[in-house]
Design a protein around this ligand. Structure first.
Ligand code: SIN
Length: 169
């Protein structure tokens, strides 16, 4: 039995799991935001980093990458996304127009690690200063921005943060 998973953050570029198919895709009704705290990858419990989650936004489209995986791969993904993310099922459109149901990992505002909005310059400073077991928070943001650009995806929130981060360094 295979399943579709939608990746919109590190799942776009850090593919440390097997998959049957990888294809560009989008979902509707969500926006990418650096509003989730990271205790285990790009920060620590004492000094959390900031990573992306999805925030409900009527009519907005979020572009990313879809993976077709076997059920067994969820063990790995659940562990990787364990710091506040929950599996949510949603409709997804693949680049070739196929309509499928996908699982997406979303960290909602009720989770213990949620940080929420801040003015962008503060978000950028926070990201510039954070490090965790998976590396610097700066690398997470810059790699995500580069990966989105490679896919031809424009994400103002991510690109504005990238500009601020680079102008500060
Ligand atoms: C995702 O990439 O889909 C989830 C968030 C993350 O791991 O960065």
């Amino acid at each position: 039995m295979s399943h579709w998973v939608f990746g919109y953050g590190s799942l776009i570029y850090k593919v440390d799991f097997p998959f049957l198919e990888r294809v560009e895709a989008h979902i509707v009704g969500w926006e990418r935001r650096f509003w989730q705290g990271s205790h285990d990858h790009r920060g620590t419990p004492e000094a959390p980093g900031r990573v992306v989650t999805l925030v409900a936004a009527t009519g907005k489209r979020c572009d990313g990458v879809a993976y077709c995986i076997t059920e067994a791969v969820f063990d790995h993904l659940d562990h990787r996304e364990k710091n506040g993310y929950q599996r949510v099922d949603t409709a997804m459109t693949l680049a070739d127009e196929r309509q499928v149901t996908a699982t997406v990992y979303i960290a909602d505002p009720g989770n213990h690690a949620f940080l929420g909005p801040e003015p962008l310059p503060e978000l950028a400073r926070h990201i510039a200063a954070s490090h965790g077991p998976s590396g610097s928070n700066r690398e997470y943001l810059l790699t995500l921005a580069a990966s989105l650009r490679e896919l031809g995806v424009h994400d103002q929130h991510v690109f504005d943060l990238e500009t601020l981060l680079l102008s500060d360094s």
